[in-house]
Design a protein around this ligand. Structure first.
Ligand code: RB5
Length: 144
């Protein structure tokens, strides 16, 4: 069976956490597609949210992870694209709910606000929690 591709992108504020999550994904047997950034030099987070949106518009991947310093800017930028449901999560509960209730296709973390162990926990939950559908389907439909 071919590996599922998970897309990752960050600005400089999320770079280190993105690298950690990329390693974790590879260790879990996923194909990690890293859209950058590739270092700590200052960049603009909307560019990376847009790059994520471009990839998720195609057939190569259906889920992604974005990281900026707070997670706020890059989630705002990602959610300007109608096919993206990006959820800024802070713990296991919000990671689980963004899948069960919101069918988030992008999980967003703050590299300066969320610790590595919590972030890893969020990633595992995001990857493994199904959407509940039902009444949530109708609500999501109203956002598209
Ligand atoms: C970059 O300094 C910082 O503003 C950015 O990573 C993010 O936190 C914006 O929301």
């Amino acid at each position: 069976m071919s590996k599922e591709t998970i897309v990752l992108a960050s600005d400089h504020g999320g770079f280190e956490l993105k690298e950690t999550l990329k390693d974790m994904l590879s260790g879990l047997g996923y194909e990690a597609l890293d859209l950058g950034c590739h270092g700590l030099e200052s960049v603009d987070y909307p560019d990376y949210a847009d790059a994520m949106a471009d990839v998720l518009a195609g057939a190569r991947a259906r889920r992604g992870v974005l990281v900026c310093g707070s997670g706020i800017g890059i989630s705002m930028a990602a959610n300007r694209h109608s096919h993206i449901r990006a959820a800024l999560v802070h713990d296991g509960l919000t990671a689980r709910l963004c899948r069960q209730h919101n069918n988030a296709n992008v999980m967003v973390l703050g590299g300066r606000t969320t610790g590595v162990d919590v972030a890893k926990d969020c990633l595992k939950i995001f990857l493994n929690t199904p959407f509940e559908g039902g009444r949530h389907e109708r609500r999501i439909g109203k956002m598209s």
